[in-house]
Design a protein. Structure first.
Length: 77
């Protein structure tokens, strides 16, 4: 059974932000999403959640965020 240490908060520091920022910028640009929009806020929230859950590969993060927001077709013709 997995336990969670409640004494140690799941922080998100400047290094984490530096890792996520390029992915965020890329997803916004490719999706035609305006920075500061509600959609951009949703993308940021998903990105941070995934990063905190252990997804740190930029390509994987971008793929999962795009998929979660429906920013590209998941099947190619």
């Amino acid at each position: 059974m997995k336990t969670i240490d409640v004494r140690k908060p799941n922080s998100f520091d400047a290094r984490d932000l530096a890792s996520c920022q390029p992915v965020f910028n890329q997803v916004l640009l490719e999706g035609g999403v305006e920075r500061g929009s509600e959609e951009a806020d949703r993308i940021a929230a998903i990105l941070v959640k995934l990063y905190r859950e252990g997804v740190h590969d930029p390509a994987q993060l971008a793929l999962l965020v795009r998929s979660a927001r429906g920013l590209f077709e998941t099947t190619r013709h």
